[in-house]
Design a protein around this ligand. Structure first.
Ligand SMILES: [Zn+2]
Length: 247
């Protein structure tokens, strides 16, 4: 077995046997991987705190045939502060679920990893619209998994467009005035502009936009429709998000 070192974030855990845990880590070097953490269920274990959900750290593990086996880890940021606020907890759980649902095991994606960590750091602050931040991450996730939106050209014919009233769910982008609007979602000009800004800007620029609930709902309709039409599993935390938004 060879030793492997990488940065990673714990996205999911599951009890395994009497004292162990199965841990899904989104890593910088190898994408999403499954690791067995011996003894991690016990609070006294050196593996306990480094395998808590959302923990971001430097991990050393042995690469086995099917599974990795955790050797040791050093916490960079435990992000446990996210767990004490219901809104932040729900959004961060949602991000982890999205990663779990949309990434293939072992496929490295260092840029997305960087965005994911940035997103957790920004969620951990208080000066940002969490909902828009999460939409921005969704757009980056879609881009890195082959479903990126093109909002500067017609998704059907390629003609340059400045705006559009429809987003194609078949070709992932705006549709020009001449093309068919089949299998698409209607969108306002304001929402289209915000979507284009989020799609092309780094996440730390999200605080520059300030939009109302209607526009946020329109943008969510676009991203959630693309996710649900391409991935069979639906994040469980979506229901919790709806509940939070209704209050
Ligand atoms: Zn067109």
């Amino acid at each position: 077995m060879s030793l492997f070192e990488t940065q990673g974030v714990i996205i999911k855990t599951q009890d395994f046997k009497e004292n162990d845990k199965l841990v899904w880590i989104f890593t910088e070097k190898s994408g999403k991987i499954t690791t067995i953490a011996k003894g991690a269920k016990k609070a006294k274990s050196r593996h306990f705190s480094i395998t808590l959900p959302l923990c971001y750290g430097d991990y050393m593990m042995f690469r086995g045939k099917n599974l990795y086996s955790l050797s040791e880890g050093k916490i960079i940021n435990s992000f446990q502060g996210l767990l004490s606020n219901l809104e932040k907890l729900t959004y961060s759980s949602y991000l982890c679920e999205l990663i779990d649902i949309s990434l293939i095991d072992g496929e490295s994606n260092p840029n997305l990893f960087k965005d994911f960590v940035t997103c957790l750091y920004l969620l951990n602050t208080d000066a940002i619209d969490y909902e828009l931040l999460v939409r921005s991450f969704e757009l980056k996730l879609l881009k890195s998994t082959g479903y990126g939106l093109n909002l500067n050209n017609c998704a059907n014919c390629g003609k340059k467009i400045n705006t559009s009233s429809y987003i194609s769910l078949a070709n992932y982008g705006g549709i020009c005035g001449e093309c068919t609007k089949e299998y698409s979602i209607r969108i306002s000009t304001a929402a289209y502009n915000v979507l284009r800004f989020l799609n092309s800007s780094p996440m730390d620029k999200v605080h520059r936009v300030n939009v109302n609930t209607e526009i946020k709902d329109e943008i969510f309709k676009v991203t959630s429709s693309i996710f649900s039409s391409n991935y069979a599993k639906k994040p469980k935390s979506l229901e919790m998000l709806e509940y939070i938004k209704e209050r």
